[in-house]
Structures are given as structure tokens and as C-alpha cells.
Design a protein around this ligand. Structure first.
Ligand code: NAD
Length: 242
């Protein structure tokens, strides 16, 4: 299906998102690379072969997502693949967590994914085909001290994805969650050495993951071979959540 070759990836300019965008481009998709700033989005999209395009969009802003979706459709066509990868952390202990830190994380991680799922759903339903992958976290399964906001956002993604899988399954749309463990990116680089050592000790495979480890699983879930997989949470975590 031709339109299946157009994929939206949010937070595409770095880290796990950039590895996902590269993987999808490698398999022949044209990627709408969504970033917070246009120059970053365009710079990154230009690195990909085959007609990928950069767009600026703050995923937490419903009007911006609506506008950005329309711009993607106009310049590229209807996207039938969506990867909600944009995410932030604002860690802190529960008793000290501000309303702002709670809302900022929920607004990007959970509402941002909701905004993009809602925007893309009609086009996918009309095409009777779609692949949605939401990037969660093992923390959404197990919880994590100091991350009540982040864990809630990632657990929320699981519930939302299962609901979407049930709602849109009859139209040929699948929706799954990929839950990474500890992946080497800017998000994890700033953690104290003690926290990194503790994470490694909890990882049976004995190494941190790479963005490419996550991208390979996303590639499977947006491809043809996974057409009968929906509503699932696939941990890419070296066994951390076991
Ligand atoms: P990162 O900080 O390197 O990248 C996050 C991306 O999201 C950046 O491109 C950033 O600009 C973008 N972004 C942030 N807020 C945005 C907004 N409002 N609108 C649009 N884009 C926005 O982080 P990463 O490690 O590559 O994480 C990618 C995803 O994987 C996140 O959802 C994160 O929660 C998840 N994850 C990461 C790890 C890990 O160990 N790195 C583990 C589990 C889950």
C-alpha cells in the first residue's frame, strides 16, 4: 500500500526517535520528522534518503498537532504509520512534586500521543490500514521512585493504546506500545553514576540498550509481518522488567 510508506515520528531529531526515523527510512518509508524546532527537524530530515520532510510541532499543543497533521497530508500524503516517541522527564519525590512538573510530563508524554493518535485515526480508518506505536517505558509497568509523573504518563499510554487497539482493530489499524528499559541517550546520560550502576545491575543481559535496539522492534511493529499483533506491550529492556 503506497500511503503506508508515509510515517510520522515525533521527537525525531535525536535519541531513540532519530534511530526510529532512520530505520523506517531504511525500509523505504518517507518520514515526517516532527521536532520542537523547525531547523532541527529539517536538518535531520535532510540526512534521511528518499523524501523525508521536517516539521515543527509541540505535541502537547492540540491546535499545533492539528495544523501539523494538515501540513503533513498536504506536502506528503496521508500517513498510515505513527510513532509517538516525544517524551520528557521532570523527576522529583512525590511530596515535592509541583503541579507544573506533573502537568508538563503528562502533557507531552500522554496527551501529546493522544493528540497525534486522534489526528491520524480518520485517515487510517478510511484507508482501512494503520500502524500506531507508542513509546512507553518499563517504568510504566513497574513504577519508579521519584518518577510518579513519568510512570503515570507511560502507564497511561498502555491503557490508551489498548483502547485504541480495540476501537480501531475492525478497520485494520493496530496499536502497540514499545517499552524501553535503560537506553543510552541524552535523557539517561545525565543520571548520576549510582543510578546507572543500579539500572545495569537490574538488567539480565548486562548492558544498556541502544536506540537501534528500540528502533528494530518499532520497525517490526509498523511492518507487514506484525499485522496480527495489536494492543501489546513489547519491552525492549534486556530483561529489566522481569
Ligand atoms: P531524548 O530526550 O533524547 O529525546 C526526546 C525527544 O522528544 C527530543 O527530540 C525532544 O525534542 C522531543 N520532545 C520533547 N518534548 C516535546 C514536545 N513538547 N513536542 C515535540 N517534541 C518534543 O529522549 P530519548 O531517550 O530518545 O527518549 C525517547 C522516548 O523514549 C521518550 O518517550 C522516552 O520517555 C522513552 N524512553 C527512553 C528511555 C531511555 O532510557 N532513554 C527509556 C524508556 C523510555
Amino acid at each position: 500500500m503506497n500511503e503506508a510508506r508515509i510515517a510520522v515520528v515525533t521527537g525525531a531529531n535525536r535519541g531513540i526517535g532519530s534511530a526510529i526515523a532512520r530505520e523506517l527510512a531504511r525500509t523505504g518509508m518517507r518520514v515526517a520528522c516532527i521536532a520542537l524546532h523547525l531547523d532541527l527537524a529539517q536538518e535531520f530530515a535532510a540526512e534521511l534518503d528518499g523524501g523525508s520532510v521536517g516539521f515543527e510541532c509541540d505535541v502537547s499543543d492540540p491546535a499545533a498537532v492539528k495544523e501539523c497533521y494538515a501540513a503533513v497530508v498536504e506536502s506528503m500524503g496521508v500517513p498510515l504509520v505513527l510513532v509517538n516517541n516525544a517524551g520528557v522527564t521532570r523527576d522529583g519525590l512525590l511530596i515535592r512534586m509541583s503541579d507544573e512538573d506533573w502537568e508538563a510530563v503528562l502533557n507531552v508524554n500522554l496527551k501529546g500521543a493522544f493528540h497525534w493518535c486522534r489526528a491520524c485515526a480518520s485517515g487510517m480508518m478510511k484507508a482501512r490500514y494503520g500502524r500506531i506505536v507508542n513509546i512507553g517505558s518499563v517504568v510504566g509497568l513497574s513504577g519508579s521512585a521519584g518518577q510518579a509523573n513519568y510512570a503515570a504518563s507511560k502507564a497511561g499510554l498502555i491503557g490508551m493504546s489498548k483502547a485504541i487497539a480495540k476501537e480501531l482493530g475492525g478497520r485494520g489499524v493496530t496499536c502497540n506500545v514499545v517499552a524501553p528499559g535503560f537506553i543510552e541517550t541524552l535523557m539517561t546520560q545525565e543520571l548520576p553514576e549510582q543510578a546507572r550502576a543500579a539500572a545495569l545491575a537490574q538488567t539480565p543481559l548486562g548492558r544498556f540498550g541502544s536506540p537501534e535496539d528500540v528502533a528494530a522492534t518499532v520497525g517490526f511493529l509498523v511492518g507487514e509481518a506484525s499485522g496480527y499483533v495489536t494492543g501489546q506491550v513489547v519491552a525492549v529492556d534486556g530483561g529489566m522488567a522481569l
